[in-house]
Design a protein around this ligand. Structure first.
Ligand code: NAD
Length: 288
């Protein structure tokens, strides 16, 4: 049987530490405070935001959801971001993506104050990672995957790692992070000619394509020694599934993440870690 890389045990193990740290920061003068801007009411975004709010309450952080109408104009939207950037009580903030068409031309991730960048998408954050500095804020999904691997004693150093997907929020930063951790990383994408050729060679396969059943037994080698991380979140007949056909592959791998219950909750957990880090950094800056 494969090892099931589940988030629940890790989150249960470390939540008391997050609560303790959040209380400590509050006693040091600044309660962690997350503000999220949500434009419109996309059901998936509503659900992600609800999970983030719940986790904030769990660790004793403040949470504010600012809702803007689907047809909000550019000025009102930017003013709203400026407001949370400048609010001295808010210690972390982001805009829940995606946003409606009329706002898509804006470079939204760059509008966020980098000291409050809990999503880890600001260029300043990305530059640190590009330079191999992994000690600061890391984007939440890649950070959650690194934690999952570490907590299961899977060291990326020296491993052949295939990442499927090259997005700004998952594939690209994850590749930089794993390369900085001495993994040998290959990025595959929609124009990759022979996906199975790459995945068969990998010790670790991470799929972030957003395509159900993309990875099947045909993509694996015969020895059950590969680790599979499924980032995909796809709705099929009302059910949440990943990119990996779990039933098809699970007897042929060393370890695999479930969907739901794998990378998704680790992403929210990482967001809370980032919120505590930005809060700590703001306290430090204020003390100088
Ligand atoms: P995206 O649409 O921005 O990028 C998808 C990437 O997959 C692209 O680079 C594309 O080239 C590649 N791709 C698409 N089809 C492919 C194929 N057939 N073969 C190889 N590559 C292919 O998506 P994203 O924002 O990075 O998200 C990807 C998936 O991960 C989605 O299902 C999303 O919902 C999910 N996601 C989950 C979490 C989480 O916390 N679990 C976080 C972020 C994204």
């Amino acid at each position: 049987m494969p090892i099931l890389l589940k988030a629940a045990d890790i989150i249960a193990k470390y939540s008391p530490e997050l609560i303790k740290e959040s209380n400590f920061l509050a006693s040091d003068g600044l309660t962690p405070y997350l503000e999220v801007v949500l434009v419109g009411n996309n059901p998936a975004s509503e659900s992600y935001v609800a999970h983030k709010e719940k986790f904030c309450h769990k660790i004793g952080a403040k949470f504010k959801l600012t809702r803007l109408k689907e047809d909000v104009g550019e000025k009102e939207f930017i003013d709203c971001i400026k407001g949370m950037n400048e609010n001295p009580e808010v210690t972390g903030c982001f805009v829940q993506l995606p946003v409606p068409n009329q706002l898509r031309h804006l470079n939204i991730t760059q509008l966020i104050n980098p000291t409050k960048d809990v999503d880890g998408f600001h260029l300043k954050t990305v530059t640190d990672i590009y330079q191999g500095n992994l000690t600061g804020i890391l984007p939440c999904t890649p950070k959650g995957i690194i934690t999952l691997l570490r907590e299961n004693s899977i060291n990326p150093a020296g491993k052949d790692i295939v990442i499927i997907g090259r997005s700004y929020i998952v594939g690209k930063p994850l590749a930089l992070i794993l390369e900085a951790m001495n993994g040998t990383v290959t990025i595959c994408h929609s124009k990759t000619k022979d996906l199975a050729k790459h995945t068969k060679n990998a010790d670790i396969i991470i799929s972030a394509a957003g395509m159900p059943n993309l990875i099947t037994k045909q993509h694996l080698r015969s020895q059950p020694d590969q680790v599979l991380i499924d980032v995909g979140m796809n709705k099929v007949n009302g059910k949440l599934v990943g990119d990996i056909s779990f039933e098809d592959v699970h007897d042929h791998v060393k370890a695999i993440t479930p969907v739901p219950g794998g990378v998704g909750p680790m992403t929210v957990y990482s967001l809370m870690q980032n919120l505590l880090t930005t809060t700590k950094n703001i306290i430090k800056q204020r003390k100088v």
